[in-house]
Design a protein around this ligand. Structure first.
Ligand code: PFF
Length: 446
């Protein structure tokens, strides 16, 4: 449907970059290392990897399939598919949840802008201003989150081709290279090997901790942008020629790969910092963690590198802002596509109005950070996203016509019908993924 008013990615590469751009973001470089530190290291990493492939990937493919089949947003998609009417409220829950994710996310993304600006201000001698921007006080948080919101709205208002595709197709490879270089450097520092052990050698006694499961599942959903409709909407803009199974695999592997790499950088960097005198354990002997973790560890690391560190720090935080933007674009796109498809609103008007609503939510969180931030993060990522994923499994596995499903996946991949994959994937969507989600959600409440 090239040329229609909804817009379409102009190439397979554009779609991969947009979907990978949505997946790869603060969830990988801020969320994953923080969660790993909070949950004691390798046991969390192992569980996250398993859940990303066993629960995340099958659901990603389900979202891609619904999205491309209906060429619509989560609400429109359920309205269009036979048997989907009862699921419409789930579509609305997704649209709302993604707005709340966007709101807390913009605060951390704003901090990335602050850390990008900080060394530049220092270089021109504005040391007080530099200290203020990274103070993470209420006013600096509000300012930078607002700036970040403004950028997101601007890009979403511009539409699929000019917005998402253009931004996502750039700069991500650079981020990968920098992460690899930094990791190699960190691993040469004193103390880093202790961190590597914590990161890679699981303490199996921890694997039975219920919180570990809740965190790992939430992290898998958050990192792969699942449940809330971002992946569904992106797929709605892609062509019938694409092989969705392959694209899903690429997105999952690159997302998990970047998260793993970020952990390989941050956890050893914490231990390297400890070796040079920084306290990394709290009063009860656990690794320090929390939303600030990487903002303590990374600048300390860059500081050990002299002038090169200053340059790297500017590039790194710039790339983080871009990575965050390619994710928030895919978030705001969900309610905006609903407003455009179902309400006939103009794209730019919808982007501004909806953007402002969630900007107000972000400001409320920034003003009540201690009270609201962690609560909104865990409510959305650890409970609502998996819950929405559960409903997607029920819908695709049990309600949607199997033939419709296969026909959709077959487009762009004609020989798939009798493959082993098409025997296994439905089993995951019907049984394995929903049962795992259900068990983890239930045990979290017990
Ligand atoms: N996956 C993104 C990240 O890891 O930073 C966050 C995200 C994007 C969550 C889009 C949800 C979403 F719909």
């Amino acid at each position: 449907m090239s040329g229609s008013s909804r817009g379409e990615f102009s190439s397979s590469f554009g779609f991969i970059m947009a979907a990978a751009g949505s997946a790869i973001g603060l969830g990988n470089i801020w969320g994953f290392p923080t969660q790993t530190a909070q949950n004691g290291g390798a046991a969390f990493v192992l569980l996250y990897l398993i859940l990303a492939f066993v629960v995340g990937y099958p659901i990603l493919l389900a979202e891609f399939t619904i999205g491309r089949h209906t060429q619509s947003n989560p609400v429109g998609a359920y309205q269009k598919i036979e048997g989907g009417k009862r699921f419409v409220p789930i579509g609305f829950l997704g649209i709302t949840a993604v707005g709340f994710i966007l709101s807390f996310y913009s605060i951390i993304a704003g901090t990335m802008i602050a850390y990008f600006i900080n060394p530049i201000l220092k270089l021109i001698g504005l040391n007080d201003a530099a200290a203020w921007v990274t103070s993470q006080g209420v006013s600096s948080n509000m300012l930078f989150a607002s700036l970040f919101f403004f950028l997101t709205i601007l890009i979403v208002a511009a539409g699929v081709k000019n917005g998402i595709e253009k931004w996502s197709s750039r700069l991500m490879p650079t981020l990968l290279v920098i992460l690899i270089l930094l990791t190699i450097y960190v691993l040469t520092l004193d103390g880093a090997m202790d961190g590597l052990k914590v990161y890679l050698l699981p303490d199996f006694s921890k694997v039975l901790d219920p919180q570990l499961f809740t965190s790992a599942l939430g992290q898998a959903f958050f990192s792969l942008s699942l449940g809330v409709g971002s992946m569904l909407v992106l797929a709605s803009y892609t062509s019938k020629k694409e092989n969705l199974i392959r694209l899903g695999r690429l997105v999952t592997l690159s997302d998990v790969g970047i998260a793993f790499l970020a952990g390989l950088l941050i956890i050893p960097a914490m231990y390297a910092a400890a070796a040079s005198g920084t306290e990394i354990f709290d009063a009860s002997g656990n690794l320090i963690s929390g939303p600030n973790l990487i903002f303590q560890v990374l600048p300390a690391l860059f500081n050990t590198m002299g002038p090169v560190g200053i340059l790297l720090s500017i590039i790194f935080f710039f790339l983080m802002v871009i990575a965050a933007l390619t994710s928030t674009i895919s978030m705001l796109e969900v309610p905006v596509s609903y407003a455009v498809d179902n309400r006939g609103m103009h794209r730019s008007k919808a982007s501004i109005i909806i953007g402002l609503i969630f900007w107000a939510v972000a400001m409320t969180i920034a003003l009540n950070f201690d009270l609201l931030f962690n609560f909104v993060v865990s409510a959305t990522t650890q409970f609502i996203q998996p819950l929405l994923g559960l409903f997607i499994c029920i819908f695709v596995g049990w309600v949607m016509n199997r033939n419709t499903l296969i026909q959709e996946i077959k487009q762009g991949n004609p020989e798939i019908e009798n493959s082993l994959f098409m025997k296994i994937w439905p089993l995951f969507i019907r049984y394995v993924s929903p049962i795992l989600i259900l068990i983890i959600l239930v045990q979290a409440f017990l």
